[in-house]
Write a protein that binds this ligand. Sequence first.
Ligand SMILES: [Zn+2]
Ligand SMILES: [Zn+2]
Length: 187
Amino acid sequence: MRCPKDKNTELLRCKLFDQLSAHQCPNCSGHWISGSDYQGWQASQPSKDAGPSVFWARDDVQYIPSAKDSLAALCPECGNYLTRGKVGMKPPFYVDRCPGCGGVWCDCGEWNILVKLGIHASIPQIFTSDWQLRFRELELLELERLAIAEKLGDDLADKLFEIATLLKQHPKGDFGVAYLMRRLEKS
Ligand SMILES: [Zn+2]
Ligand SMILES: [Zn+2]
């Protein structure tokens, strides 16, 4: 079986994680996990309701995506195009999965990040439309926050986000919003 990212390199059998076998590329250090191996291992793991927000809650996990991350690739087992599932952090990266056999490709370093974030047993979830939709919403929210911080400065932006959260949580928060609008109305 050849590496999906460098097609001339033969993958080597290895042990990826506690009870989970995989194949590693000696050239790019990426890992291929067969669909059946992953499903068998996943079934033995406690189920967790992970969501894309784990990526924003963790500023401490630093990662530089592999140069091969953006390459399209074919499944080394059944030849289907691998589907790319965007997983976010700063910067975002992609995990690849075969829609035919369920095999998973992690470029060098990606598996370790998934383990650190506690979502290594939830890889198929990343490829659901629900996850990708929530991911997109979080991404837009983050872009909006960055744009506001750029205009107002970090200190004022932080205060604004705090007030916005407090008003949203308060049952009569709309009174606060109305007050702000009156105060800021141009005369
Ligand atoms: Zn490789
Ligand atoms: Zn496949």
